[in-house]
Design a protein around this ligand. Structure first.
Ligand SMILES: Nc1ncnc2c1ncn2[C@@H]1O[C@H](COP(=O)(O)OP(=O)(O)OP(=O)(O)O)[C@@H](O)[C@H]1O
Length: 456
């Protein structure tokens, strides 16, 4: 393998990954060497190395193997050259430290932004596997350096920390780049301002304010779905800022492509930067968050002790979202302080019995069948019935797969609920989806979406 050969191979990747991904992630990789089956690339940042390794490693390996079948692993080494090279998506970057001539100083702008929560800082954000990529991307944008991905689109289920990260970016930018004009608001506020400007015939002012920010942050963008004029205005604002190479950060409860009633052109704009997902929390992350939030509670209740095992118990039992977890802890401290008792397992079960019961909610096979048939737009009776057409069989297999993984039902029990099918049919269906999940991005996306909807 030589650098020249890599130059040729990566052209093939351009076709597979598309222009935007190619420019952002593949082009900046500098091939160094291939030794002992390991191909080493130099990357401008750790973040880029991680992202490429998680998302494009298989494709890159596939191309490299066509040249040198011995290559079986990739290694990404951060460039020692210092300043990161900027991937050019979609415009050339600003030079850090040299604000654009149009930049207005300070944070005060004529538009009322949503107030930032002082607690939502990077220091208070606990990082684990499910949110590490979102956190790294947010940190990167918060440096206020060259615009590498525009927009940064953060999405995830309820209470997983999207707003926290957005505020953390805004706080950090205020600190590092006080010269930048940062505007944070919810999509609802965007719409409200827009409607107000229309009503007061102040559209020119509205446009002027939104087009003169350096960083625009819009939270919960799914809110503008179905609101045609607001979407239209948002689209123009978005384009104007991207044209000026101003950073845009968006959050939503789902991926751009999954937001119903959002115009295709808006979806496609939202997808053209970096889209990162905050995954549902795992046990370790929940425990980490609880430990960090206990410290906060201790400031209010310095005399209260938490017995060993309580946090582990909560992290196990409350897996819905971080907001619920946080609320449970606040309640626990308040309750313990009122009754003058130590926080132990018994008190926790007494005080939080309703929260714990709610978290025990069991997902049923019937619920899964309903959700899956809605998702694929087929009738429930066709999903359960005998028809073997692919358009029914695939959703049926998806529902079998989810039933196997999200309920405690055995294969024969699942079979019975699918029109009395044999357990081997269920097993075959589950295996088929397991295979497809690896090969077919659409199936993987459907599964993730359905799992989230069922867990919500
Ligand atoms: N990783 C984390 N570390 C510390 N706190 C967290 C973390 N994730 C979420 N939280 C806390 O959970 C609460 C809910 O988070 P946040 O409001 O950011 O969620 P969200 O994803 O914006 O939810 P929604 O979709 O409801 O707007 C906040 O108090 C936040 O500080």
């Amino acid at each position: 393998m030589t650098k020249e050969k890599w130059g040729q191979l990566r052209q093939r990747l351009l076709k597979t990954v598309g222009q935007n991904n190619y420019k952002t992630w593949i082009e900046p990789l500098e091939f160094q060497a291939a030794n002992d089956g390991i191909a080493t690339f130099e990357v401008p940042t750790n973040f880029m190395g991680n992202y490429v390794s998680q998302n494009f490693a298989d494709l890159i390996l596939h191309e490299l193997k066509s040249e040198n079948p011995e290559i079986c692993r990739l290694n990404f080494a951060v460039s020692a050259k210092g300043s990161p090279r900027v991937a050019t998506a979609p415009q050339a970057a600003n030079t850090p430290g040299q604000p654009d001539a149009r930049t207005r100083t300070g944070n005060g702008n004529a538009m009322n932004t949503a107030p930032l929560d002082k607690r939502f800082t990077f220091d208070n954000f606990v990082v684990g596997k499910p949110n590490e990529l979102a956190h790294a991307a947010a940190r990167r944008v918060a440096e206020g350096g060259p615009v590498t991905f525009n927009p940064l689109f953060l999405y995830g289920g309820v209470g997983l920390g999207k707003t926290h990260l957005m505020h953390a970016i805004a706080h950090e930018l205020q600190e590092r780049r006080p010269d930048l004009n940062v505007l944070y608001l919810s999509a609802e506020q965007f719409m409200y301002r827009f409607v107000q400007a229309l009503r007061d015939r102040k559209m020119m002012d509205f446009k002027e304010i939104f087009r003169s920010v350096d960083v625009l942050m819009v939270d919960d963008v799914q809110f503008i779905a179905g609101k045609d004029s607001t979407q239209e205005e948002f689209f123009h604002t978005f384009n104007a800022l991207v044209d000026q190479n101003k950073q845009i950060i968006i959050s939503a409860d789902r991926a751009p492509g999954e937001i119903k009633d959002l115009e295709d052109r808006v979806k496609s704009r939202l997808q053209c930067g970096l889209v990162v997902d905050l995954h549902p929390t795992d046990y370790e992350l929940r425990l980490g968050i609880l430990q960090s939030k206990v410290e906060v509670q201790r400031a209010n209740y310095p005399d209260l002790q938490v017995e060993d095992g309580v946090l582990e118990f909560l992290a196990h039992r409350i897996s819905t979202n971080v907001r619920v977890l946080e609320g449970a802890l606040t309640r626990l401290f308040a309750f313990a302080s009122l009754v003058g008792r130590e926080i132990n397992l018994e008190l926790t079960q007494d005080c939080l019995s309703d929260v714990l019961r709610a978290s025990e909610r069991k997902i049923t096979v019937e619920e899964i069948q309903r959700k899956v048939s809605d998702h694929y737009n087929i009738r429930l009776s066709d999903m359960i019935g005998p028809k073997r057409l692919r358009s029914y069989a695939r959703p049926r297999q998806v529902a079998m797969y989810l039933s196997k993984h999200m309920t405690s039902r055995s294969l024969p029990e699942i079979g019975r609920r699918f029109g009395g099918r044999d357990h081997t049919t269920v097993m075959h269906g589950v295996r088929r989806i397991e295979e497809l999940k690896q090969q077919d991005g659409q199936i993987a996306e459907d599964l993730e979406l359905l799992r989230r909807a069922l867990e919500a």
